[in-house]
Write a protein that binds this ligand. Structure first.
Ligand code: GTR
Length: 354
C-alpha cells in the first residue's frame, strides 16, 4: 500500500499545476482523459456541451466503495460542478481508498497534490483542532440536533476555520451514529473494559476509549478488517453502513448500540487548489457542495436502513442500550478534559438543542 500511495503521490506531484488527472482509474462515468490537444471540434462539426474537453480536471478521494452514500454525494457534487461550468471543470471521484488512507490523503490535500476529498471529521481533528469537537462523545441527542447545529452559523464557522489548516471545508455529509462492535460478547459498558479497540487516528478517540477502561489502537480504516480477523484487536466502532461495507460484521459478531458519537463527514478542498480558481469558480464549487448535501442525506437514510437489515439478518448479536446514562457517566472524564478547549462550540451545540 505504502509503495502504491507513494507512486500516486509522486505522479500527482509531477502533474501538479497541470490540473490533470492522475494515473488511477476514477469511478465516475463519462469520457476520461484530461484536456490537452484536440479540444477544438473539427471544422463543420458542432460541439455538444458533453463533448467539450474540461480545462481543469481534479481528483476527489474517498475511502468507501462506489455505491456508499458518501461516494454517491461526491459524484453528485462532481456532476453539479460539471453542469454549472458547462463541462469546464471535471472532478474524477476515486473511491475505495485508491488514493490512500484518510490521514495520508488529508496530508496530500494540504499540499495540493490531491484537490478534493471526503473524509470523516474524525480524521481531520489532528490537522484542524476545532474539528475534534465532533469526536467528543454524546454531544448530540439526535440526528435533528446534530443537523440543526451543522446548518447553523456556528457549524459554518467550523468549516470556514479550516482554511488556517490549508483546507477548505465545503460541506458536511451525514454519517449517522457510531457504535462499538467486538469479537467478544458486549452486553453493557462494563464489557468494554480490557478490550483492545481500534479508533480513528486522533487524540480524543484515544481518551474516549481509555475512559471506558479499554485500550485504544489508532489505525487506518483499511487495516481494521485483518486486525479484527487475526485478533490483533478485539473491537472497533462505526456506523451501520461502514460496519456493513467493510465486512467487519463477519468477524466482529457482537454489536452494542451505544451511539457514543455522531461524527459528520466532511467534503473538502485543498486551499492551494482553491486559491487558484477564479472567484466565479470558487462560488460554483462552494454552492455545488452545499447543493449535494440533501441528496447525500437521502441516500444515507436508505443505505443505513439496508445495512442494518443485512447485519441483523446475518446473525450478528445486537444489544440495544435502553439507558445511555452509564455510558455517559463513564466517558465524562474524556469530555471534561476537553471542555475548556471547546467551550464556545460546546455552548453553541447546547444552544442548538433548544
Ligand atoms: C467511517 C467514515 C470513514 C472513515 C471510517 C473510519 O464511518 O465514513 O470516512 O473515517 O469511518 O472509521 O476510519
Amino acid at each position: 500500500m505504502t509503495g502504491a500511495v507513494a507512486t500516486v503521490v509522486l505522479a500527482s506531484m509531477m502533474l501538479a499545476g497541470c490540473g490533470s488527472a492522475g494515473n488511477s482509474k476514477p469511478s465516475s462515468g463519462g469520457a476520461s482523459s484530461a484536456g490537452g490537444a484536440g479540444s477544438q471540434p473539427a471544422a463543420g462539426t458542432a460541439a455538444k456541451p458533453e463533448d467539450k474537453k474540461p480545462s481543469l480536471t481534479f481528483r476527489l478521494a474517498d475511502t468507501h466503495p462506489p455505491d456508499y452514500p458518501t461516494v454517491m454525494g461526491d459524484k453528485k457534487f462532481a456532476e453539479l460542478v460539471s453542469q454549472k461550468t458547462n463541462g469546464r471543470i471535471k472532478i474524477d471521484v476515486y473511491p475505495s481508498s485508491q488514493l490512500g488512507e484518510e490521514k495520508a490523503v488529508v496530508e496530500q490535500v494540504q499540499l495540493g497534490a490531491i484537490e478534493f476529498t471526503r473524509v470523516s471529521s474524525g480524521a481531520v481533528a489532528d490537522f484542524n483542532k476545532p474539528m475534534g469537537v465532533f469526536s467528543l462523545p454524546y454531544i448530540f441527542d439526535s440526528e435533528e440536533h446534530e443537523w440543526k447545529f451543522l446548518n447553523s452559523a456556528d457549524g459554518n464557522k467550523l468549516l470556514d476555520g479550516m482554511s488556517g489548516s490549508k483546507l477548505i471545508g465545503l460541506a458536511y455529509y451525514d454519517s449517522g451514529a457510531r457504535h462499538f462492535y467486538s469479537r467478544k460478547p458486549v452486553k453493557s459498558v462494563a464489557d468494554i473494559k480490557g478490550q483492545k479497540i481500534r479508533v480513528i487516528q486522533n487524540k480524543i478517540n484515544i481518551d474516549l476509549v481509555e475512559s471506558l477502561g479499554a485500550s485504544a489502537t489508532p489505525m487506518p480504516y483499511g487495516d481494521v478488517f485483518s486486525a479484527l480477523q487475526t485478533g490483533v484487536i478485539d473491537a472497533a466502532e462505526n456506523n451501520w453502513p461502514s460496519f456493513d461495507t467493510s465486512n467487519h460484521y463477519s468477524v466482529a459478531k457482537n454489536m452494542i448500540l451505544d451511539g457514543h458519537q455522531r461524527v459528520p463527514e466532511l467534503l473538502m478542498m485543498s486551499k492551494a487548489a482553491f486559491d487558484k480558481l477564479s472567484d466565479e469558480d470558487k462560488k460554483i464549487v462552494k454552492q455545488a457542495a452545499l447543493d449535494s448535501v440533501q441528496y447525500q442525506r437521502d441516500e444515507w437514510k436508505k443505505f443505513e436502513k439496508k445495512s442494518e437489515e443485512k447485519i441483523r439478518a446475518a446473525g450478528v448479536t445486537i444489544t440495544e442500550v435502553k439507558d445511555v446514562k452509564p455510558w455517559q457517566d463513564a466517558v465524562k472524564p474524556a469530555i471534561d478534559k476537553y471542555r475548556a478547549e471547546f467551550k464556545d462550540v460546546l455552548e453553541a451545540i447546547d444552544k442548538a438543542r433548544k
